[in-house]
Design a binder for this molecule. Structure first.
Ligand code: PLP
Length: 443
């Protein structure tokens, strides 16, 4: 028998950092992330000279001594600051996951990184770690539908409430909302747990002013203990086309299932940022077991070697395809970041984005019938949800990913019946244009 008082507190755990033989600089030249993806964080000498990291298919690790095992567990449970110094158990750490985390950190230049079993488990674990009973969450809208469900339905079970603002809200409106959230939390004796953003938003591609939100957060909360972190889902543009930590975000979240995994053959997620923000998230991950498995982590290592190549090619393709679609008589509008007209969205794009990405909204002239006809006539692009893979995908958010969103909210967020979401892959761009042309002709 034990009581909750006797149980050890959720600890902060730093996985053992393996020796890093990496050359990170040559002749004063700092090596680029794309170069470091080939070897960073892995020493072949520790694995029989194997060029590639083996898959460490083990659930547990043998300790060198009982005293070492004790020290590691003191680190895991937080009894001793500094975290575990060695490999313990694959729900906490494993070489494959650690190498992925090291390599993800390179792209964002983040102090720390955590890898998860899915984008949603990264999001859920982060929110569960940051929010306590009766706290308030502030978020931009729209969010990926399951993230909205997590906030509005699952966290609601613990008395956690939310206030949301449209991605396009002005900085004054965001500041006013944050002030309101703080007052609600103060009145309840709770706190604002996190300011959670998704930019570009799925599926509208609306951009949030990360810098503006972060500044508003500082103005409302100062830098005291109750300052909520700004977390952002960077799935649509990261790691190549947007670096939110440079613009005031504290935690960057990914569905690695998308561009980083990049081959539509794995499901994974990540959270990146300073240790002070990630330590409680790691402790929650250790407890609820939302780390990715070694096999998936190994596949992510394979994917990271080509992430720049794939994203660069997909981005070039998308520009060509969107230029074609824009001029087509059956197309009402193309919601592509490269074509932003709204001055405040363009201003955010210019300050935050390093590329327009390859996922966009195509508004077909008509409604659901015309959109379905277009989708059903595609020969090359696959009719499937998800994005960021080597192959081009097309889907209908209102009838698919966002079907659970109420009609009223869909309308408010611009998720219309004529919106088709397209993620461009790395195929030949003229082949893709030929496919879209014949599918539009059939509408
Ligand atoms: N965030 C965004 C923006 C997404 O588009 C998705 C999935 O489509 C997720 C999070 C969830 O990721 P996963 O499917 O890896 O759990």
């Amino acid at each position: 028998m034990s009581t909750s008082e006797e149980n050890p507190p959720l600890g902060t755990m730093t996985p053992r950092r393996r020796p890093k033989p990496d050359v990170k600089e040559i002749g004063g030249r700092k090596l680029k992330p794309s170069t470091l993806m080939m070897g960073h964080g892995f020493d072949p000498k520790l694995s029989e000279g194997s060029l590639k990291a083996p898959i460490f298919l083990t659930s547990t690790f043998a300790f060198e001594s009982a005293a070492a095992g004790k020290r590691h567990f003191e680190g895991i449970t937080g009894k001793r600051p500094g975290g575990a110094e060695g490999l313990v158990y694959s729900r906490f750490n494993n070489p494959n996951q650690e190498i992925v985390e090291d390599r993800l950190s390179v792209w964002e230049e983040s102090e720390d990184a955590l890898v998860f079993s899915s984008g949603m488990s990264a999001i859920a674990t982060t929110m569960l770690a940051l929010a306590s009973q009766n706290d308030v969450i502030v978020h931009s809208g729209p969010l990926y539908a399951a993230t909205e469900t997590m906030v509005a339905k699952i966290l609601a079970k613990f008395g956690i409430t939310f206030l949301d603002f449209p991605a396009t809200a002005s900085n004054e409106e965001v500041k006013e909302l944050l002030g309101r959230a703080k007052k609600i939390a103060d009145d309840k004796g709770s706190k604002v747990a996190v300011v959670y953003l998704e930019s570009p938003a799925n599926p509208t591609n609306a951009l949030v002013d990360i810098e503006g939100v972060s500044k508003a957060r500082d103005e409302v909360f100062g830098t005291g203990d109750d300052m909520p972190p700004v977390a952002i889902d960077n799935t649509f543009l990261g790691p190549l086309w947007q670096r939110p930590l440079d613009h005031g975000a504290d935690i960057v979240i990914y569905s690695l299932t998308k561009y980083v995994g990049g081959h539509s053959d794995l499901v994974a997620g990540a959270a990146l940022g300073e240790k002070r923000w990630l330590d409680p998230i790691r402790a929650m991950r250790n407890t609820i077991g939302t780390i990715s498995d070694p096999n998936t982590a190994w596949m992510l290592l394979r994917s990271l070697e080509t992430v720049e190549l794939r994203m660069a090619r997909a981005g070039e393709n998308a520009e060509k395809v969107c230029t074609f679609l824009k001029g087509h008589p059956k197309v009402e509008r193309v919601g592509y970041l490269g074509f932003i007209e709204d001055p405040s969205q363009k201003d955010i794009y210019d300050r935050h984005c390093l590329g327009a990405g390859s996922t966009f909204s195509l508004f077909v002239k008509g409604g659901e019938e015309e959109s379905f006809r277009f989708l059903d006539n595609l020969k090359l692009a696959k009719l499937a949800v998800s994005l960021g893979g080597t192959e081009t995908l097309a889907s209908h958010p209102a009838a698919m990913t966002h079907i659970s969103v109420s009609d009223e909210r869909k309308k408010a967020l611009g998720i219309t019946d004529n919106l088709v979401r397209i993620s461009i892959g790395v195929e030949d761009p003229d082949d893709l244009i030929a496919d879209f042309e014949q599918a539009l002709d059939a509408v």
